[in-house]
Design a protein around this ligand. Structure first.
Ligand code: ADP
Ligand code: MG
Length: 257
């Protein structure tokens, strides 16, 4: 795949990942362009979370490389990759349950201000007051302003995920990665999340979304890569992927999609 395309934000170049004898990822090549939402779908165990963990530096690929914004990410620590502008919402929420919602959202902003990295508008924010204001705006953005003083641990599952998204958005990332953002949500919370992600998409944020729920995928994706058995078996525009027999075969018996 062309790495010379100037609009490419992320390029995964021939990535392989083995766990013992298991090929969790093989021959993975993909690119995400500026402003695009790429959905990665596939049955359970396909390697989706492994791929996301390789991108964010939680797992080292066995071979291959990940290039973001022209810089090789492979070999860097997760916090360094985050500081370069990659934010992610994991499959299992990672929050501070004993802090308030507002404090949770402020935390990544403090981490940025106090870290030493390039390109950081948050660094210029000198005072806690400014970070607090930014956090409050971000909470409004995700519809959680009424919960600013709630202990994060007491939030519903849907609200926790919204808060996590706010923790990403406050960083103004260049690439947002979402691992099953609607997993375990009610239909109502799922629809609210779709609307929120559509709003973020309209602002031009580049995203990779891993998702099981086909309604979510087809509401958000510009392009879809289908992973099965650690390989990309199909990639293309949503309408091309939808009816592809290979995709239906991969899902057969695993998900009623
Ligand atoms: P998905 O997110 O698509 O459901 P995963 O990426 O979680 O799939 O897993 C892909 C495969 O890799 C599965 O067979 C899983 O059991 C295996 N796997 C994932 N993480 C590890 C690990 N840390 N050690 C060993 N095997 C793993
Ligand atoms: Mg997973």
């Amino acid at each position: 795949m062309a790495t010379t395309d100037t609009n490419v934000v992320l390029h995964v170049d021939d990535v392989h990942k083995t766990f013992g004898g298991l090929h969790a990822l093989a021959d993975i090549d993909l690119s995400v362009r500026e402003g695009e939402t790429l959905a990665i779908i596939g049955p359970n165990g396909a390697g989706k979370s492994t791929l996301l963990n390789v991108i964010v530096g939680r797992l080292a690929p066995t071979s291959g490389a990940v290039v973001f914004d022209g810089q090789v990410l492979t070999g860097r620590q997760p916090h360094q990759i985050n500081q370069l502008g990659v934010a992610r919402v994991f499959q299992t929420p990672e929050i501070f349950p004993d802090l308030s919602v507002l404090q949770n959202v402020m935390t990544p902003a403090f981490a940025k201000r106090d870290g030493a990295f390039r390109l950081n508008f948050l660094k210029a924010l000198a005072s806690e007051r400014e970070i607090r204001e930014l956090a409050e705006e971000t909470l409004e953005d995700v519809g959680l302003e009424g919960h600013r003083n709630t202990h994060a641990g007491a939030l519903s599952r849907g609200d926790k995920r919204r808060m996590e998204l706010a923790m990403c958005l406050i960083q103004k990332p260049r690439l947002l990665l979402l691992d099953e953002p609607t997993a375990g949500m009610s239909r109502h919370d799922t629809n609210t999340t779709i609307e929120l992600l559509q709003k973020i998409k309209a602002r031009g944020m580049t995203k990779i979304i891993i998702e099981h729920d086909m309604h979510v995928v087809f509401s958000l994706a510009d392009r879809i890569s289908v992973l099965a058995g650690g390989r990309i078996i199909v990639e293309g525009l949503p309408d091309d992927v939808r009816g592809n027999p290979k995709v239906q075969e991969a899902y057969l018996g695993t998900v009623a999609a």
